[in-house]
Design a protein around this ligand. Sequence first.
Ligand code: SIN
Length: 473
Amino acid sequence: MQDGLFIGGVWETTESSFDVVDPSTGEVFASVADAGAGDAVRALDAAAAAQASWAATAPRERSEILRRAYDLMHERADELARLTTLEIGRPLAESLGEVTYAAEFLRWFSEQAVRVGGDYRVAPGGDYRIVTTRQPIGPAYLVTPWNFPLSMVTRKVGPAIAAGCTMIIKPAEATPLSALALGQLLADAGVPDGVLSVLPTNRAPEVTTALIDDGRLRVLSFTGSTPVGKKLMEQAGSKVIKTAMELGGNAPFLVFDDADLDAALDGAVVAKMRNTGESCVAANRFIVHESVSEAFAAGLAERLGALRPGPGIEEGSQVGPLIDERARTRVAGLVADAVERGATVRVGGKAPEGPGYFYLPTVLSDVPADARVMREEIFGPVAPIAAFPDEESMVAAANDTEAGLVAYAYTRDLKRALRVGEALETGMVGINRGLVSNPATPFGGVKESGVGREGGYEGIEDFLEIKYLAVDM
Ligand code: SIN
């Protein structure tokens, strides 16, 4: 298990370190090197030194490196899945699913690396030619969250490598080991020394400030909370560093009166319970037509109540713990607030006995619009349901938030699906589907949920700069 800093192709130890905790037991299981400002600048020295030669490599060469990394991820799938399960407690089967998801970003961008285009046009006056090309923007700072410790790294590393950018990865404090394992894997796949550094740290503001203030960084790609994203945008703005932000959500899940209720319930379980609800695309508010709301609440309570929480490493566990005690206290507070305001607990509503940061899958019905659970991102296994009389009020309720990442809608009416899909103020909409995430699609939000898109044809753009050549004839 790699537990050092990875700078310029070399593993290093540090004097200070920080602990990594297994949230299903609350016990420390590893200790990791703690990068500071000086380490950050050394990583940027390595990235800046490697940038020109890396940008000059053939796209096919970068593509083959990504493809080898994809193969290696599958070869090391069990080891990687176990590591992420230790870090976030999630069931092993789900972690294996994340390995596949993460590897797909590498495969997708290995295919995109050789498809970066330009343009050749005659100027309107006919006197010269307009030639455009796309060049790597330069050293990138990739700040990744703990909830998907592998795929949130490969979603940024894949396009950065494809584009020809060097990079520094700063993984979340809770999940540094997965990112370090990926650092080794990418080096084994052929990423040259200096192109990619990994800096675990317990001092994120110090490391980030050192990198931004240095002046050599060209892009900052962040996935995490909206408040932190806003702060990073401000900081990066002071040096005119390009930012790509994938921030918080508050996903509405709409069930219309004509929906296939069984399909809606299946989709709701996926949209709510994937990763224990610790996802920015997790269904946050269930907005259900009043004619089906009781059947939906009863069905969801039955399905969520049947799920078995337990340490992910143990066979048969179906729901992992929350990431830490603070997260569990927050989720419990949201449920208590909703109940105080008149919501009914249909199932769950408390933490189970025993070690770890578990919280029982919970369904709340008759939740008022002003309950915190409807307005804040839950990031936990709690499903609040509210009933509405018609399509207009359902869409209005769905859009009544500053967040705009994803929405889900269940209806059998194609016209309604498209009408509602267009009216929802989000970057993504799942129509009769509880899962939209896919490396081949543009993932991202509007409003306060972020700027830019990751994955798809669009995901490489954050790492490219357009160069225009005016060629006199
Ligand atoms: C996230 O929670 O930040 C991303 C989840 C996903 O890619 O599905």
